[in-house]
Design a protein. Structure first.
Length: 554
């Protein structure tokens, strides 16, 4: 059969039932095979970047691998931001790009780019297929690499002549991937594990700092048991939202520059910090010398390159987070309450996470009302900026894989596409995208995708007529010189939704929130809600780059 048909058969063997993409000349043979295929649904997006973000949202919310198809040249380069977004947050994607025929490679042919070189630094691995008979083995290997260890994107470049090349293939063909070299399986030295357990048993003020690795590993129950056994408060990174129940008494919210005062105080006063599936990003540690100054640090991660990359650690436990936590839970003693949690509660009462209301409509009120109406039983995707931080601070994430957001790369325009993938991957869940007006406009053409397939997603657009987060920094550190961050009334979002045949509402004051959210939640199709907020609404706390968090939070 031809290469394009082999590709489709291989995808079915991998369990792929949905693909996001946009056709073009260099992938026509693949699209012709998809046209005949009944077991795989293709979702046509408005743009290749939207397709990549949709596959990303699908992968983050389901734990499966997201699949994308784009044509050569600009189609391939349009996926780059989405690939980098997935790479930074360890999301497993497979991206198939069309390519000019092999005879035209390197000749500046129409719509030719060297996409494998372009994406080398933002993929776990990439390929250019030179023979159709290689496809079963390349695809099997690619899916294995994307999901194993620290997950991430893999790109497969397919010249057009390979797509129509005849090669032998049948369903019984062995396509399981087995590496020729012995794969490295992390194995913690027993002495290291025991030493870490002893440090935990001896600590008086332990704090758990959990990140996205907990969600990826599916170690949420192990983390909850661990916290309860050692009576430790838990703080999360942005990517760790949902790793620990947001309604649990031990939960402290985020840590770092956008964290609660009490979580930052707890880290500063702790004698043992246990980092689990987290990478100590600059937004968390800020000034390295002053971060957790009194604490020994245990770091659990599947990637050995994370140890000591941003901060020194005393105990490095290499391995799958779920397994390591299970091993630790079997070694550690059950702690008695010693006053540490009482101190945390005192800080919580003394320094509650709040947002000073500026205008008639508060983002905090919107998110808290949304939580109360849904009981947290939904998936929240976000754009990037103030909307993202408010969504992390004021909505409680009870379950894993319910917060879908670009953390590492901070990609504006991510949330709308991601919400499409999240909803298609979780058809029985409510999916709500929290957006800012600046971010939303970047990829708002994906409203066409939502309308085309009548996908029942709620878009909540915080419209402050500004690039809010950048404007806030200008307010704080650039003497209120608002250079290119004021957007004025350049888009009527309600009319924009109507243009795509989507229901829309506008909220201008707190008193309208509950009624309109109830209407939106009861809609059977897609909805957009424009929330007009004051451009002086701010994210708090915020810490200047390189400053000591422990000092700034005071």
């Amino acid at each position: 059969m031809i290469g394009a048909k082999i590709l489709v058969e291989c995808l079915k063997k991998q369990g792929v039932d949905i693909i996001f993409g946009f056709p073009g000349g260099a992938v026509l043979p693949i699209y012709d095979e998809l046209y005949k295929e009944k077991d795989i649904t293709h979702i046509l997006t408005a743009h290749e970047q939207g397709a990549t973000h949709a596959a990303d949202g699908y992968a983050r919310s389901t734990g499966k691998i997201g699949v994308v198809i784009a044509t050569s040249g600009p189609g391939a380069t349009n996926t780059v931001t989405g690939i980098a977004t997935a790479y930074m947050d360890s999301v497993p994607l497979i991206i198939f790009t069309g390519q000019v025929p092999t005879s035209l490679l390197g000749k500046s042919s129409f719509q030719e780019v060297n996409i494998t070189d372009i994406t080398k630094s933002i993929t776990k691995k990439n390929y250019i297929v030179k023979d159709a008979k290689q496809l079963p083995f390349i695809i099997s290997e690619a899916f294995s690499i994307a999901k194993s260890g620290k997950p991430g994107p893999v790109l497969i470049d397919l010249p057009k002549d390979i797509q129509i090349q005849d090669a032998y293939y049948d369903a019984s063909m062995h396509t399981e991937y087995h590496s020729n070299s012995k794969e490295f399986i992390p194995n913690i030295l027993e002495n290291t594990l025991k030493a870490a357990a002893k440090a935990i048993n001896n600590s008086k003020k332990p704090v758990i700092y959990a990140g996205g690795g907990v969600n990826i590993s599916g170690a949420n129950e192990e983390l909850l048991k661990f916290s309860e056994k050692i009576k430790a408060p838990v703080t999360l990174s942005l990517m760790g939202m949902g790793a620990f129940p947001g309604n649990n008494k031990n939960y402290m919210g985020m840590v770092g520059m956008h964290g609660s005062k009490y979580s930052n105080y707890a880290v500063s006063e702790s004698d043992l910090l246990i980092a689990i599936g987290a990478r100590f990003s600059d937004r968390v540690i800020s000034k390295v010398e002053s971060f957790a100054p009194n604490a020994k640090i245990i770091h659990i991660d599947i990637d050995p390159m994370e140890f000591g990359k941003n901060i020194g650690v005393d105990y490095a436990l290499l391995g799958d987070v779920k397994k390591v936590l299970n091993d630790l839970n079997n070694l550690i003693d059950e702690k008695e309450e010693n006053g540490w949690n009482a101190q945390i509660e005192k800080w919580k009462n003394e320094f509650p996470l709040k947002l000073d209301k500026v205008g008639d409509l508060s983002p905090k009120s919107i998110l808290e009302t949304l939580y109360n109406l849904t009981n947290g039983d939904c998936i929240i995707s976000t754009e990037v900026g103030q909307n993202q931080i408010w969504a992390a601070q004021f909505f409680k994430y009870i379950n894993p894989r319910t917060f879908v957001s670009s953390g590492g790369l901070g990609t504006m325009g991510f949330g709308l596409g991601a919400s499409i993938g999240a909803k298609l991957g979780n058809p029985h869940k409510k999916v709500i995208n929290i957006a800012g007006d600046g971010s939303f406009k970047m990829n708002s053409t994906e409203l066409a995708t939502i309308s085309r397939y009548n996908i029942p997603i709620i878009q909540i657009v915080f419209n402050n007529h500004a690039l809010g987060m950048v404007r806030q920094w200008q307010d704080m550190f650039y003497d209120k010189r608002y250079s290119s961050t004021t957007l004025y009334d350049d888009v009527d979002f309600v009319k924009l939704a109507y243009a795509y045949g989507i229901s829309a509402y506008k909220i201008t004051k707190d008193e309208e929130i509950e009624d309109i959210l109830k209407l939106a939640l009861n809609e059977k199709g897609p909805v957009l809600i424009e929330c007009v907020i004051d451009n002086n609404e701010k994210v708090f706390p915020i810490v200047p780059p390189g400053a000591a968090i422990s000092k700034c939070i005071e």
